[in-house]
Design a protein around this ligand. Structure first.
Ligand code: LMR
Length: 346
C-alpha cells in the first residue's frame, strides 16, 4: 500500500494551510521594512498662477524633483500651475490658513501685507538683471521678507521672471500721448495705477487667470508683462502691438506657511532649504533663457507688431513716469528706493 513519507505529509500540510490563508484573504505578517513604506509622506502643495513652461513653473518642478530626492520620498511636492488650485485673489489666505504650503506671488501682489513690495513697479528702477539680483540680496529685501512673519508667512527665496513690456490692441505705443484714453490691466496696487495715470491711461486690477478673457472681451485694451508671460498666456491672440520698454519688473516671493515650516523635522527642513536654494539658481537660469526664447517666439510668430524705441523716445517715457517716485516716496521709504537705485550703479 502506498504511504506518504512523513516529510511529504508535513509539506502538504503547510501547502494546505498557506492556500487556506490565501483563500481567506489573510495577509502575511508585516515586517519592519514594510512598515516604513507605509509611513505617509508629508505633502507640500505648491500653487502658482503661470503655466509650467515659465521660469516659475520650471523652478517649481525643479524644487519638487530635488525635495523628493533629498528627503528620500519622505516629502511629496504637488505642484499646481495655472491658478488650478488658487488664483491671485485666494492664494495668500489659503497659504496663511495652511490649505496650501507654498505659493509664489509676484511681489507686487503682496501690497496688502506691506505696500513697500510695490518698489518693483517704480518705472525704470532697475537698468538690468544684475541690478535686480543685487537688490534681491540687499538688507531692504531682507526687511521685506521679514515683514511677512506676522502673517504666519515666511519668505524663503526670491525668483526672477523679467522686465515688463506694454501690449495693447488699439495702436502702436511710441510716445506717452499714444496711451491717452486706453485702459490697461494691472496686477495690484496704487503704484501701477499711478504709472498709467502719468501716461494718461486708465487701469483696472484683474487677476492673472482672468486677464486673457478681459483682453479678449475688451474689458481692457492692454496690459504689461514679461515676454515669457505674454508668450505662454498667448496674449498675442488678442493684442496687436507690443512696445519694448523694460519699464518694470515681475519677480516672485516664494512664501511658505510659517507654522508648517517650523513644525518640520530639522533634517527635513534642511533638505527642503537646500532644494529651495538650488531651485532658486535654476529659476535665474530659466528666467534669462525663457525671456530671450519668448521674445524670439513672439517676433517669429509675427502676430504682434513690435515697437523698439530710440534712446530719445525712451527718455520721454522716463520723464513722463518720473513723478511716480515722489508720489510714493513716503509709502516705499527713501532708504529702500535709494538702495534699489544703488543696486543699478556700476
Ligand atoms: C501677473 O499677474 O501678470 C503676473 O504676476 C503673473 C505671474 O505670476 O507671473
Amino acid at each position: 500500500m502506498f504511504r506518504k513519507k512523513p516529510i511529504a505529509l508535513a509539506l502538504s500540510a503547510v501547502l494546505v494551510l498557506a492556500l487556506t490563508l490565501v483563500g481567506c484573504g489573510a495577509k502575511p505578517a508585516t515586517t519592519s521594512a514594510d512598515k516604513k513604506e507605509d509611513v505617509k509622506p508629508i505633502i507640500v502643495k505648491f500653487a502658482h498662477v503661470v503655466t509650467p513652461d515659465t521660469p516659475k513653473g520650471q523652478a517649481a518642478l525643479k524644487f519638487k524633483e530635488l525635495a523628493e530626492k533629498k528627503t528620500n520620498g519622505k516629502v511629496k511636492v504637488e505642484v499646481y500651475p495655472s491658478s488650478q488650485l488658487y488664483g491671485d485673489k485666494e492664494e495668500l489666505e489659503a497659504c496663511q490658513a495652511g490649505n496650501v504650503q507654498i505659493i509664489a506671488p509676484s511681489v507686487t501682489k503682496l501690497v496688502g501685507l506691506n505696500p513697500k513690495f510695490q518698489y518693483t513697479d517704480l518705472p525704470f528702477l532697475f537698468p538690468d538683471n544684475a541690478a535686480v539680483y543685487k537688490f534681491f540680496a540687499s538688507a531692504s529685501m531682507k526687511g521685506l521678507m521679514n515683514s511677512l512673519d506676522k502673517y504666519n508667512l515666511q519668505g524663503l527665496a526670491v525668483w526672477p521672471n523679467g522686465f515688463k513690456q506694454f501690449t495693447n490692441n488699439k495702436r502702436p505705443l511710441v510716445t506717452p500721448a499714444d496711451f491717452k484714453g486706453l485702459k490697461f490691466r494691472t496686477q495690484a496696487g496704487k503704484v501701477l495705477e499711478a504709472q498709467f495715470k502719468a501716461l494718461g491711461a486708465g487701469s483696472a486690477t484683474i487677476a492673472f487667470g482672468e486677464t486673457y478673457a478681459a483682453l479678449q472681451q475688451g474689458t481692457v485694451d492692454g496690459q504689461e508683462n514679461t515676454f515669457n508671460n505674454i508668450d505662454t498666456q498667448k496674449y498675442q491672440e488678442t493684442q496687436k502691438y507690443l512696445t519694448v520698454t523694460n519699464h518694470g519688473r515681475i519677480d516672485y516671493m516664494i512664501i511658505v506657511n510659517k507654522s508648517f515650516w517650523a513644525g518640520l523635522e530639522p533634517d527635513i527642513r534642511k533638505a527642503l532649504d537646500e532644494s529651495m536654494a538650488e531651485a532658486t539658481k535654476y529659476a535665474v537660469e530659466q528666467a534669462e533663457l525663457l525671456d530671450q526664447k519668448s521674445m524670439d517666439n513672439l517676433k517669429k510668430a509675427g502676430k504682434m507688431q513690435f515697437t523698439e524705441l530710440t534712446p530719445a523716445q525712451m527718455g520721454v517715457f522716463q520723464e513722463t513716469m518720473k513723478p511716480v517716485y515722489t508720489q510714493f516716496e513716503s509709502v516705499l521709504g527713501k532708504d529702500l528706493i535709494d538702495e534699489a537705485i544703488k543696486s543699478g550703479k556700476k
